[in-house]
Design a binder for this molecule. Structure first.
Ligand SMILES: [Zn+2]
Length: 513
């Protein structure tokens, strides 16, 4: 893996495609000494429709904004810095037994004219087959300097088979902007993604090393290099220090807008779900070889109208999704409850402490069968990074927990349960493997269940997601059906058992509040 990247760079330099348009031969215009480029920068867009009661975001607003920018500027590039294929309400629907899995987003991104993306960790939530399909469907180009396709034998760049053309996802892109009677402006773009929730079919090269090697490789072939990244802000700061020659990092992963400077490097992130976008105006002076960058945050609120044609496509996908959920037993328009207290499902809280939303889901799981000792849910299964408040519909439940999935009842030894709780609240703090609990009192690393200290030699009946019981959660691989301290696992029975999907349990729980 360590020696692999230079080979990729060598190969891709052969494949390197130039998108410079034909230069005008007829007149003899003088090349302007400065070239201005506008970059529309989005990150973490999960829903194709507008959010917050239609007031913010939505791909139809992105379409209008893109069109406006293109009308007002000669050169516009549109980028999305990762996390768009998953999770979403629509993406989790099955049509003909096949999950939509981001197809709706690729369709909309193609329509609004996104140019470049890099992977976010959530792209790798998809299974290999689905991700390959989404890549093939995309009109836009993928750039990844540090993630590769791990096949049985080889580590290779991800392939793309689009319009009968087979290409590889490149570790960089050189975007050419033509100038009359002069050399084109050459913008280098690199892209990196954090190795979060790692998948077996993905090889992750070190973020900083990959960025540095790729930057070094293209810096003399370009006028300047920018980065699209999907990293924690702390990692973006380190990247800025390690590769200070990249003056603009267009980031993602965090869902709140942020702008800061580390020395000569600007790091920008917009709000998730296209609630806002960054608009970077780059002016390159070909004589002095100086680049100036102006970045402004643009809200995608009611001042930007929904592009009617795009919105029609969005609504067609929504209609499909509603039908799909209907076949699963959900009626997305159905009212569930009116909440007097908001339930906190914000990731920053959910992954570091018990929240009332986490407790509500754990309580709903605890209610799955009389006689349970406790309910457990992994905070990563609550995924909307938002609060539930006021009138809640089944759509909100599905949006809050897009993965759903069965709940099982496991009978296990107290010694194992203690290890699960200790790991889930200890080293899993800060990740989706942090556990939310019901009927457990926590005092440091000591636990009380049913008011009594956890007894290592006793047995407990635990309600928990099948996902966790299968050993698929971070650091909790030891909790699996083969563990000898797991004495019994009771699975949901049939198509009417609410335990077949945790969301039915949550709906029942909220209804009975
Ligand atoms: Zn992310």
């Amino acid at each position: 893996m360590r020696f692999y990247l230079p080979i990729v760079l060598f190969l891709t330099s052969i494949l390197l495609s130039c998108n410079s348009s034909k230069q005008s031969q007829s007149a003899t215009p003088i090349a302007p000494t400065k070239t201005e480029v506008v970059i529309l920068h989005l990150n973490d867009v999960y829903e194709i429709g507008p959010v917050e009661n239609g007031s913010l975001g939505g791909m139809a607003r992105v379409a209008t904004l893109t069109e406006t920018l293109e009308r007002e500027n000669a050169h516009v590039i549109s980028v999305l810095s990762g996390d768009f294929l998953n999770p979403s309400v629509i993406g989790s629907v099955k049509i003909n037994k096949k999950k939509i899995a981001g197809e709706q987003m690729v369709d909309l991104m193609n329509r609004v004219g996104v140019d470049y993306v890099t992977f976010g960790n959530h792209e790798f939530d998809l299974d290999q087959e689905d991700l390959v399909k989404r890549i093939d469907e995309s009109d836009f180009e993928w750039i990844s300097s540090n993630t590769f396709h791990k096949t049985e034998k080889w580590i290779v760049p991800f392939e793309k088979d689009h319009d009968n053309q087979q290409t590889y996802i490149q570790p960089y892109k050189i975007h050419f902007i033509p100038r009359p009677n002069a050399k084109p402006l050459r913008i280098g773009i690199i892209g990196v993604c954090l190795p979060f929730n790692q998948q077996s079919y993905v090889a992750y090269h070190d973020v900083y090393e990959a960025a540095r090697i790729t930057y070094d490789y293209i810096k003399d072939k370009t006028d300047f290099v920018v980065a699209i990244t999907h990293l924690l802000i702390e990692e973006d700061r380190i990247l800025a220090e390690k590769v200070p020659g990249v003056p603009l990092i267009m980031g993602g992963h965090e869902h709140e807008n942020n702008f800061e400077r580390i020395g000569p490097v600007a790091i920008a992130k917009a709000d998730a779900n296209a609630k806002s976008a960054y608009i970077h105006t780059l002016v390159y002076d070909h004589e002095t070889e100086k680049l100036t960058i102006n970045s402004r945050l643009q809200a995608l609120d009611s001042t930007i109208v929904l592009d009617a044609e795009t919105q029609q496509v969005v609504e067609a996908w929504e209609a499909k999704a509603y039908e799909g959920f209907k076949s699963l037993g959900f009626s997305l328009n159905k009212k569930v409850a009116f909440l007097k207290t908001e339930l906190d499902g914000r990731e920053v809280n959910l992954r570091t402490r018990q929240t009332n939303m986490g407790e509500a889901v754990a309580h709903a799981i605890f209610n799955a069968k009389p006689g349970l000792d406790l309910g457990i849910v992994n905070s990563g299964s609550i995924r909307f990074d938002d609060v539930l408040e006021g009138q809640v519909t089944e759509f909100d439940i599905v949006r809050a927990m897009p993965y759903g999935g069965p709940v099982v009842i496991a009978t296990m030894k107290g010694s194992l349960l203690g290890q699960v709780l200790d790991t889930g609240l200890g080293i899993n703090k800060g990740s989706g493997g942090y556990l939310q609990l019901y009927n457990v009192e926590v005092d440091g690393r000591a636990f009380k269940i049913n008011g009594k200290p956890l007894d290592a030699s006793a047995t407990y009946k635990v309600g928990l997601p099948d996902f966790v019981m299968k050993g698929l959660e971070n650091n909790l691989g030891f909790l699996n059906p083969d563990n000898p301290d797991v004495l019994n696992i009771e699975r949901p029975t049939g198509n009417t058992d609410p335990r077949r999907d945790v969301r039915f349990l949550l709906i029942d729980y909220l209804k009975n509040l």
